[in-house]
Design a protein around this ligand. Structure first.
Ligand code: HEM
Length: 421
């Protein structure tokens, strides 16, 4: 174990940071990012990015300070315009994402967030619980058939990729025949949110953005004709009341929120569900113990979230000249919060490389402060229902090897997990 004690400071070794970022994105880095997070953290709590004008934040406390601090802002349109090279953010998919909740700052952020009306509080989750349980049962029926017919199955394609899109889809009132399309554009648009997307990645995201816009625009148009008691109808009512004379503006706000909640909820939860099942079932004794002690399911889920966060990196900008972990940061400088490095900071979680469902440790996986994940309760509920039913219906389920992940740095995407009985 390295990197104990007071790390602080920043490295000046550009080449070491470039090599590390390359390795983080590679298939090997995706398969096991833990040693790379440790290496990055050992360079300092705040590490200068090789391209200048930006820093990686690696220590738990420093990341927490950024996420919760009122003087750290989301990189919004106003910030982009102040940059010497604003054209860097002109790609359609990037522009589309800059309008969403996670890139807004107060007071606009507050109004948009309020319009969602805290949908996944205890009452909201109670209402969704039986629907999610029913989705899980049907998906596990399908898994059972595949295991019986073929002797093995891909847990990602059969179960974990299906549950989040069904959950958010039903909540928004999307017809099931569209779920595959929604999943597809969700996966393609994520490239634009990579740290340094290539031209071809941006082209994939641009097409996905067009598909996404066409889909949700039509969905909103149809819902206006036949409103109901679903979440999308509620959003339309809120924004129509706010802009009674400007239908286009109301529709834009409804689109931004609906699209973002869908994008924010699908891949992240797929990765959580896949990792939770993989980490628990790869140790038969752990799986059996958890089956008999379901009170500890929540502990297993939070340890999964800590150990392998579905989002690796999130960005903020300094609202003022400031000092972070001893490093001076000028106003408007970008900092990239590294969730995995922070969650594995041994100053916060002892022996961080050990997966321990009794740990009761801390993690920043759902962010913090004004932008704290609105769907944290929903993601946990999906994971609890899935783990519980999986362990009870398939007590001998085992992964064949480890999950595989797409070569991305920002949004982790589990692509496959082969399982057998
Ligand atoms: C394991 C699954 C999930 C993870 C790891 C995750 C992670 C995050 C993180 C780190 C943020 C903060 C972004 C920031 O600071 O800018 C965030 C924001 C958000 N998440 Fe999640 N999320 C998950 C699931 C969901 C689900 C299921 C939903 C909705 C159904 C959702 C909706 C949102 C929304 C709307 C925001 C924006 C909040 C704001 O900016 O005010 N997320 N999420």
């Amino acid at each position: 174990m390295t990197a104990v004690g007071d790390i602080r400071g920043t490295t000046t070794d550009r080449r070491a940071v470039i090599s590390l970022l390359r390795r983080l994105r590679s298939p090997e880095g995706q398969a096991n990012p833990l040693p790379l997070w440790q290496e990055l953290r050992a360079m300092g709590d705040v590490v200068a990015a090789p391209w200048g004008g930006a820093h990686f934040v690696t220590g738990f406390d420093a990341c927490d300070q950024v996420l919760r601090g009122r003087t750290w802002l989301a990189p919004d349109f106003a910030w982009q315009e102040r940059q010497p090279n604003p054209e860097r953010w002109q790609a359609p998919a990037t522009q589309e994402m800059t309008r969403t909740l996670s890139r807004l700052n107060a007071p606009v952020h507050t109004v948009h967030r309020r319009s969602l009306n805290n949908p996944f509080d205890r009452r909201g989750l109670d209402g969704l619980s039986s629907q999610i349980a029913a989705h899980v049962t049907r998906l596990l029926d399908d898994l059972g058939r595949r295991l019986r017919d073929d002797g093995e199955a891909d847990f990602v394609a059969t179960v974990s990729e299906q549950l989040p899109v069904r959950t958010v889809g039903q909540w928004l009132g999307i017809e099931p025949e569209h779920f595959a399309h929604v999943l597809d554009f969700t996966q393609r648009q994520a490239f634009a949110q990579e740290l340094l997307p290539t031209k071809s990645e941006l082209a994939v995201s641009a097409q996905a953005t067009l598909d996404m816009r066409a889909f949700f625009t039509d969905l909103i148009r149809q819902r206006r004709k036949r409103p109901g008691d679903d979440a999308l109808s509620g959003l339309i009512r809120f924004w129509d009341d706010r802009y009674p004379d400007d239908r286009a503006r109301a529709d834009q706000a409804v689109y931004d929120l609906t699209m973002f909640v869908t994008v924010a909820s699908v891949e992240t939860t797929v990765t959580l569900l896949t990792n939770a099942v993989a980490f628990v079932t790869q140790d038969p004794a752990r799986a059996e113990w958890l089956r008999q002690n379901p009170d500890h399911l929540d502990g297993a889920i939070d340890e999964t979230l800590r150990y392998d966060p579905p989002i690796h990196l999130n960005s903020r900008v300094a609202g003022d000249d400031t000092v972070l972990a001893g490093v001076p940061i000028a106003k408007d400088t970008v900092v990239h919060v590294m969730f995995g490095a922070a969650n594995h900071d041994p100053r916060r979680n002892e022996d961080p490389h050990v997966f321990d469902i009794h740990r009761g440790g801390s993690h920043l996986t759902f962010g913090g402060g004004a932008h704290y994940c609105l769907g944290a309760g929903l993601a946990r509920l999906e994971a609890r229902q899935l783990l519980s039913q999986t362990l009870n219906r398939f007590p001998t389920l085992r992964p064949i090897g480890s999950p595989t992940y797409a070569p991305r740095m920002v949004f982790r995407r589990a692509t496959s997990l082969k399982v057998t009985l």
